[in-house]
Write a protein that binds this ligand. Structure first.
Ligand code: GLC
Length: 487
């Protein structure tokens, strides 16, 4: 099968969170299964180009909009890894001159809809050039790529209109909402501006448009697929998703199990596997505490690596810190984002010196050392489409303490220490009280060394690799989209 992936983030080129990891991991897993995958993403100002690459001869023409000046010449930088190709859109004004995916130090870019319209349209032009005799499916991720299925269905003629397409929702909170004047500007047919199409509360809603145009819509866990049908979690589109429920599917994300492996990871202090997990965790814990300036201890260490947004519930976790410190625990918080939450992180460190350490940073290597060196990783999200940190944590022998939402519900089985089952601790609701209960349970479990060791092994042995999900994407998603498009 030939698959065109379109995403604003792809790990190893540009990443701000889980989206980049998922697009990269899924694409690689599909290629390993023997499919041909072309991943299209922009060549941003800070995209590293350290891998072998070549520029296509001649540029492609990308039309974004209806004006006479709305055609751009773009270069294509290709990285060829056999079945897996990356095609980076090289254009100076929109991408290469900007040091950021969505914004830079000066804030969010004001023309993101235009930039991502160019990405979406450019991806289709690249596929047409790469596969002149056709391909099988367009797979677009989040609102930034929403215009790929929309343009294919409505703006590019008969052949494209029959192309199978899949749209994956990684987060309902970001829908790409624009004023109605964006219609003409982005070359979207006016017929699509209705309640059945991409109109939402008088605005253009790109996510809604992609849901309307794609043959199959997926999200990143089965539980989240059900949650977004409810008013509380649908961010205004729950009614629309309920209308299209038959075409909506939830598939849980995997992780790149080859790269994220504590027995080979060069970024951690001491490599270890399940055979020497006790020593390995101990050595990494010592190194981590020293690195972030915390007092050495036998007591449990709680780590937390996150984007700092309301979604992630870090404010809830901050309120539990006095109780954790009181029980002797150490806490390491790593993240960037919302200014008030960044202040909260810094304040926690000054309030509990030697006990709580905060790093206001987006630091992938430190994140790995937190997974390797902590006993628990806390994920207190208010909602969580899938969540990857709990999967990374388990792989590195760190026990997740999570809320019972979305992908956290689907990937963390509540531990029953007496029966010797489960892989983590689950707070019933995203509240300070429920989180405290789960954290207290975690500390109690830690005290029983043998039982805790077995819990750790269960967590490490959980299969979070992409293989299963990638196969399901082929049979349950792409095949279905192809069948639907042919009707
Ligand atoms: C978004 C979601 C997160 C998910 C990731 C990858 O970042 O918030 O839950 O794991 O996308 O799908």
């Amino acid at each position: 099968m030939r698959i065109l992936m379109v995403s604003a983030e792809v790990e190893t080129f540009a990443r701000s969170g889980g989206l980049g990891d998922v697009v990269f991991g899924l694409s690689r897993a599909l290629a390993k299964l023997g499919h041909e995958v072309c991943v299209v993403t922009p060549l941003y100002g800070n995209t590293p180009l350290d891998r072998e690459h070549r520029y296509w001869l001649g540029s492609i023409q990308v039309r974004v909009g209806w004006g006479a000046r709305d055609v751009r010449e773009m270069g294509v930088c290709e990285i060829d890894e056999g079945n897996l190709k990356f095609c980076l859109l090289a254009e100076n004004q929109l991408f290469r001159s900007r040091k950021g995916i969505y914004g830079d130090a000066g804030g969010t870019f004001g023309d993101n809809e235009l930039r991502f319209a160019a990405l979406s349209r450019g991806a289709l032009e690249i596929a047409a050039r790469l596969w002149p005799d056709g391909f099988d499916v367009i797979h677009a991720h989040d609102w930034h790529a929403a215009l790929a299925p929309i343009y294919a269905r409505t703006a590019m003629g008969e052949t494209w209109a029959r192309m199978a397409s899949v749209f994956t929702i990684h987060n309902m909170a970001y829908q790409g909402t624009l004023g109605f004047e964006a219609l003409d500007r982005l070359g979207i047919p006016r017929e699509l501006f209705s309640w059945r199409g991409l109109e939402h509360e008088g605005n253009v809603n790109l996510m809604k448009g992609a849901i309307a145009c794609a043959n199959v819509v997926t999200t990143v866990s089965p539980r989240y697929a059900r949650e977004i049908l409810r008013k509380a979690d649908g961010f205004g589109l729950d009614w629309y998703l309920r209308m299209h429920e038959r075409r909506l599917l939830g598939l849980v994300n995997g992780i790149d199990a080859d790269r994220l492996d504590p027995s080979v990871d060069p970024r951690i202090a001491h490599r270890f596997g399940s055979e020497d997990v006790a020593e390995g965790k101990w050595e990494n814990k010592r190194a981590l505490l020293a690195e972030v300036g915390l007092e050495p201890t036998d007591a449990p260490v709680f780590g937390c690596v996150t984007r700092l947004t309301e979604q992630k519930g870090i404010d809830l976790f901050l309120e539990t810190l006095p109780a954790l410190v009181d029980r002797g625990a150490r806490v390491i918080l790593v993240g960037t984002g919302d200014a008030a939450l960044e202040r909260g992180l810094r304040a926690a460190q000054s309030r509990f010196p030697g006990r709580v350490a905060s790093r206001v940073a987006f630091d992938g290597a430190l994140a790995q050392r937190v997974y390797a060196g902590s006993d628990f990783v806390v994920v207190p999200s208010r909602f969580e489409p899938c969540g990857l940190t709990q999967l990374y944590a388990m792989r590195y022998g760190s026990i997740p303490v999570v809320t019972d939402v979305g992908g956290l519900h689907d990937t963390v089985e509540p531990a029953n220490i007496a029966r010797g089952t489960g892989t983590g601790f689950v707070a019933m609701r995203p509240s300070v009280f429920d989180l405290l209960v789960a954290l207290e349970d975690a500390i109690d479990a830690y005290a029983d060394r043998d039982a805790f060791h077995r819990l750790r092994l269960r967590a490490m042995r959980r299969d979070s690799s992409w293989t299963l999900s990638a196969k399901a994407y082929v049979t349950d998603v792409y095949q279905r989209a192809i069948t639907a498009a042919a009707r």
